[in-house]
Design a protein around this ligand. Structure first.
Ligand code: FE2
Length: 332
């Protein structure tokens, strides 16, 4: 089994690469680390690669990169994957920061780029946009969430942080509560892409910057319950939902098995689990219970419990979401 340590970058395809470079540099506050004819590699101001843009007819997220331990022998990793029945391909020059990687597809068709060694891009001293700390997580919609979760845990070394019922999974590969999320839906698609910012004051600054650029928030500011991050959401020019967040739950010690205690947690201690279907999407802000105490959370462990069959209310809600997909995209 691999042991993923962190997410590297997400590759996004776009019909209008110039427009997206402008958005990601001027609004998000990333820097162009490299520019090729049909591709741009974007990094944080500190030099962490975060997004690769590629020309494409559809708006998709076809590749996702992950770092394993520096110095790992990719030949040995490939042999281990082969034993597990996974054929991988060795590739070079993925980005300026990733000289070599193993690539293979996950069960929903996303190409994973696994690398051991990474070189930071030069620091960009020019302050523009929101300037996130890092690429935080990506959420995908896919039909077989259970199958994808099993692959990420068994093959890549992810741990389940939380489930919402049986249809939305949050997985961690580091101390961060989630680096990937999988939400059940018929079609494979991007659900949202998230960037971590320093703190609440950066969220406020992001709200002002988005407003100055006539970009409406589609949700937030809120504090989620699952993950407990403070978050705001908007749509980028390609229609992809982008999240800025801070204050996400942290699992500092896997053996202790609980997230670092926080006053806003529902459980003491807050352990990975399956949250009930009626859990509000957030603790405060739009779609919270507006001061009404949240229902008593389920006490099952997310690691050992089988996700439960959805309650009738949830099934009705998902039926409604199928008829009105835009509403469904907000739930988490
Ligand atoms: Fe998110």
């Amino acid at each position: 089994m691999l042991q993923i340590k962190r997410a590297g970058h997400s590759t996004l395809t776009t019909p209008d690469i110039e427009r997206m470079i402008d958005y990601f540099t001027r609004i998000v506050g990333l820097s162009v680390a490299a520019r090729e004819k049909s591709r741009a590699i974007l990094a944080t101001k500190s030099g962490l690669e975060a997004i690769v843009l590629e020309r494409g007819s559809a708006v998709e997220a076809p590749r996702l990169s992950f770092q394993i331990a520096p110095g790992s022998d990719l030949g040995e990793v490939a042999a281990g994957l082969k034993k597990a029945g996974i054929a991988s391909e060795r590739r070079t020059d993925i980005t300026p920061g990733i000289g070599e990687a193993l690539t293979f597809k996950d069960p929903k068709g996303t190409t994973l780029e696994i690398y051991s060694d990474f070189a930071f891009s030069p620091e960009d001293p020019n302050f523009t946009g929101v300037m996130p700390l890092k690429f935080g997580h990506i959420a995908y919609q896919c039909p077989d969430v259970q199958g994808v979760v099993k692959f990420y845990c068994d093959t890549l070394g992810f741990r389940v942080s939380d489930w919402r019922s049986d249809f939305f999974a949050f997985l961690r590969c580091s101390r961060d509560h989630h680096t990937v999320n999988f939400l059940r839906n018929e079609q494979v698609a991007i659900h949202h892409v998230a960037f971590e910012v320093r703190d609440w004051s950066d969220i406020k600054r992001a709200c002002d910057l988005l407003a100055r650029n006539s970009i409406k928030l589609t949700w937030g500011p809120i504090r989620h319950i699952i993950g407990h991050n403070i978050a705001i959401y908007h749509k980028n020019p390609d229609g992809v939902t982008i999240e800025f967040f801070c204050d996400m739950d942290q699992m500092f010690d896997e053996e202790l098995g609980f997230f670092e205690p926080r006053p806003w947690h529902q459980d003491r201690p807050q352990r990975p689990k399956v949250w009930g279907d009626d859990t509000p999407s957030n603790w405060w802000g739009p779609m919270s219970h507006h001061g009404t105490p949240a229902p008593k959370p389920a006490i099952e462990s997310a690691v050992t419990a089988q996700p439960r069959a959805p309650a009738h209310a949830s099934a009705r809600r998902r039926d409604a979401q199928k008829k009105s997909p835009s509403k469904g995209k907000r739930r988490r």
